[in-house]
Each structure stands twice: as C-alpha cells, then as structure tokens.
Design a binder for this molecule. Sequence first.
Ligand code: PMV
Length: 337
Amino acid sequence: MTVSSAPGKVYLFGEHAVVYGEPAIPCAVERRATVTADPRDDDHIRVEAADLSLDGFTVEYGGPTDDAPDVDVPTPLLRAAMGYVDAAVEQARDAVGDESVGFDITVESDIPLGAGLGSSAAVVVAGIDAATRACGVDLPPEEIAERAYRAEHQVQDGQASRADTFCSAMGGAVRVEGDDCRTIDAPELPFVVGFDGGAGDTGELVAGVRKLREEYDFAADTVTAIGDVVRTGEALLADADPDDPPSDELLAELGGLLNFDHGLLEALGVSSRSLDAMVWSAREAGAHGAKLTGAGGGGCIVALDPTDATETALRYTPDCDDVFRAELATEGVRAEG
Ligand code: PMV
C-alpha cells in the first residue's frame, strides 16, 4: 500500500489572467488530499472516495482508462473528481510503462471540492505519486507537476493553466507565467479562508472572461491590469525576508493589492454575492485585504489577517459555511507511507 499527499492552494494573485499569459502567484496551503494506491492482479481500477466534503462513492471498472468509466457517480462534482482520478491513473500507467496495471485507489481530502483551493490538482498530484511509487517508480516533483498538468488539461478540455498542479507538486509560493513555473521565496503569510459551502463552474467562468475579453478592449485591459497587480505584488515579496514574519507595512501593501485584484475579478464577472459578502466581512473586521481565490462564482475567499478578527467575523457571516486559517504548505507532494 502506497500513500501520498499533496496540498491545496490559494491564489495570492492572478487567477483568470494567468489563462492569457499573465503571471500568477498561488501559494500551497496545509489542506491536503491523500491518495492510497494498491496495484491489483487484474487491469481494473477501483476508486473509493470517502471524504470529499460531499457524500463519497466507490466505483470499479475494467480495462485501459481510455474506456472511460461510465459509472453511476452521484453528483457532477464527484463525477469530475472521478475524471481526475482516472486521468491520474492514465498518467501513472504511462510513467511506469504498463498500460494495463490496475489499482485500488482511495482518496481522502480535506480540501473543499471545486471551491478555488485546487482540490482536483491535489488529488491528481497525490494520485500520480502514489500510483507510480506503488509500481516502484519514483518521479521527481517537477515530472509529477508536468504529468498532473497534462491530466488536468485533458479533463478540463484544454482549459487549464499550470498554476494549481505546479503549486501542489512543489509546495510553497510559486510563480507561473505561461509554461514558465518556478518556486519563489515568500514569508509565512497569515491566510484566512472563508468558504461559502458552494462551488463555481470553472469552465463556464473561464469562458465568460474569454468572451468579455474578446468583446471589449476594457475587459482585455482589466486582464492586463491583473497582471500588473501580480507584478507589483511579486516585487513586494521579493523585497521581504522570507525567514521573518511579514511586517504590518508589507501586509498592508499586499492586502491593498488583494483588494484591487478582487475588484478587477469582480468587474470580469467571476465574483458572487456570497464571495463579496465574505470579502466585505473580512475587510470590515480589519483584514489587510481579501479576495476570491480560484475560478470564483462561489467557493472560497482568502484574507490576510494575523489576528483572530477575520475568523470571528466570518464565523458570524451568514454566507460563510466554514472558516479556517491556512498555513503555507512548504512541502508539496510527499510520501505518507
Ligand atoms: O478554481 P481553481 O482553483 O481551479 O482555479 C482556477 C483558476 C483559473 O485561472 C480561473 C483557471 C486556470 O486554469 O488557471
């Protein structure tokens, strides 16, 4: 039995604009997906997903993964989760050079599904690592990131940036611009995450921004402006000492940029009433700044606040279903057993 885990992430800056070649800075956070892989004697795949914040499922299907599982999975989100596991297995089979190796796979995750915290990337990254190691092949995290990107790209019909998968595989803060992905130094930032209990449809949201951008120059300028926010933010991070706690001045400047980024995303139509309500609760509680994270439409916001004030305020915000502090996950994918 081989067990691997990989972290979810929040976007400090740059979601959506990253799809058009602007830079983005996602940060891995200590919420993990854990995948157990056991090679089987036949070519079947059995997937058990027990704890994906919704009701779990167990499915078994046979043959090469191209025969895609036509299985009865209870909700669209879980069906999507199933697709990611399937794509991860396909990558693992390719990496170990055995197209017909079967696996018993168990997925556990404390990352809300489809909520902007990179749940699918974490499942794919941990799944590829667990399944390949179960066959005696140890891939470097860079290769896991590349294969996980291919898996996401396939499941999302070509609408995926490298941000989530690279961040989950490598851990820490990362910078992604097109195909150029690198880890960057950043101090431990005081992330507070608010979750509205829902999820956005990433494909639909990305398509909406694409349409606006094609239709209006000012929408294209908004996407470019997000890139400018990211470049300003990364210069602030580069000047900070990663080993020291961030100063109030740095948090205030970064927070201002989070607020600006949220405003631009809102203008592009990817926020929602519940996300805005949580953002405003955080700001009114004294957070240095707050924005949605990920595709938007519903899901999570991230705020910067070293005090308990934002957590407390979000707990009393009707639109907020769950709130937690999210520490930077300095380790990306890792073996758990
Ligand atoms: O919601 P998430 O965590 O899957 O993030 C989506 C981020 C987008 O920039 C909207 C799309 C992408 O692939 O980068």
